[in-house]
Design a protein around this ligand. Structure first.
Ligand SMILES: NC(=O)c1ccc[n+]([C@@H]2O[C@H](COP(=O)([O-])OP(=O)(O)OC[C@H]3O[C@@H](n4cnc5c(N)ncnc54)[C@H](OP(=O)(O)O)[C@@H]3O)[C@@H](O)[C@H]2O)c1
Length: 333
């Protein structure tokens, strides 16, 4: 039975400090045609959530609001319409609507198009991480191959997405140079068989990167860090290469030497999953979801490091911010 009200985390102020949340009771919403109500099972904290909480993301909601961009759960009610009715009773991966409430709640109302039915083989917790990282990994590798890459390099390689990108790239026959910032991250990746792991803080990093990029002909770089790193990648790659910036973990503007653009002929692109998905038709999205879900328990699997209740939301964000590598933190209402 669906209760008259449910618990949700509420954000009242965007702040660069650790956020403070209230857990509030929300009234069960009315559903319009094409909308569904999801009983939420789990929702990860991603870097995009941290940017959102700071008011620095590409989407800014009117406050107060319920944060959380992706998750999973069971569709318990439909407002009518073919797809919404089809989803009723099914386990789904879902993303929050840009104007609506987020996933860090017991229930979420959302347009049915923002839900992907989960295959039976996918557990709800793993299914809560179907959209943001797996679809990004898939599309970035597709873009790299379209750009003619035989090998890629990537930053933030020890993160959840970095590891997916590596495994998927290898599956598709690409060589990978993985860049991390600490020795323990290098060891963790090497223990999984990653062959070309470099530490950005090492004195010989740039020289080593240039040598390996030349040897492997790594002509596409996937950069989640930004700042000076973007320019370092561009400078160390073979001429006529591409740097795709898809994250800003350094929190600084990307700086690229003009010589890299003029004399080396490098190109710097931006990538946002929201834009990528908005350019696909429903049939392409269904195909994409099927392909990604087939690999969700293998190449595109996310490790889980911890689980927190709604009441522990602040603690969850603090834990995640302190240690981003080593697995995802889930909010499990
Ligand atoms: N553009 C898009 O559409 C899109 C879609 C999905 C994800 N992303 C981006 O992809 C990136 C990775 O996401 P994720 O889910 O894999 O995150 P994650 O699992 O939390 O991993 C983040 C990784 O980045 C490292 N890191 C953090 N700050 C760094 C810095 N200043 N310099 C170098 N490394 C740093 C962390 O290492 P430590 O443990 O050392 O902190 C960790 O290994 C994020 O920037 C996210 O916003 C973008």
């Amino acid at each position: 039975m669906i209760p008259e009200s449910y618990r949700a985390i509420e954000l009242r102020e965007y702040t660069e400090d650790l956020p403070s949340f209230q857990v509030v009771q929300k009234k069960r919403p009315e559903l319009a045609k094409g909308e569904v109500l999801i009983k939420m099972a789990a929702s990860p904290i991603n870097p995009s959530d941290l940017s959102f909480l700071r008011g620095q993301y590409g989407i800014k909601k009117k406050l107060p609001c319920v944060p959380g961009f992706e998750g999973s759960g069971t569709v318990v009610a439909s407002g009518g319409g073919f797809y919404a009715n089809y989803l009723k009773g099914k386990n789904v991966a879902c993303s929050a609507s840009p104007a609506g409430e987020g996933t860090w709640a017991e229930y979420m109302k959302v347009p049915a198009q923002l839900c992907l039915p989960l295959k039976k083989s996918i557990e709800l917790e793993q299914g809560s991480m179907t959209i943001v990282n797996p679809l990004t990994a898939w599309s970035l590798i597709e873009i790299a191959r379209d750009l003619g890459a035989k090998a890629i390099m990537q930053t933030a390689a020890a993160g959840a997405l970095g590891q997916m990108i590596h495994r998927l790239a290898k599956k598709k026959g690409l060589d990978v140079i993985d860049i991390v910032r600490r020795e323990d991250q290098k060891q963790a990746l090497e223990s999984q068989g990653f062959e070309n792991v470099l530490i950005s803080e090492d004195a010989k990093f740039e020289r080593e990167l240039r040598v390996r990029a030349g040897k492997l002909n790594a002509t596409v770089a996937l950069d989640a860090v930004g700042g000076e790193m973007t320019g370092t990648l561009a400078a160390c790659m073979p001429n006529q290469s591409h740097v795709i910036v898809y994250g800003g973990l350094a929190g600084e503007a990307c700086s690229v030497h003009p010589g890299s653009l003029i004399f080396q002929g490098q190109t710097v692109h931006g990538y946002w999953l929201s834009t990528y998905l908005s350019q696909r038709n429903p049939l392409q999205l269904v195909r994409l979801s099927g392909r990604v879900q087939k690999l969700l328990n293998t190449e595109l699997k996310s490790q889980i490091r911890g689980r927190y209740s709604l009441e522990e939301g602040e603690k969850a964000v603090k834990d995640y911010t302190a240690t981003m590598s080593g697995g995802k933190i889930l909010i499990t209402p």
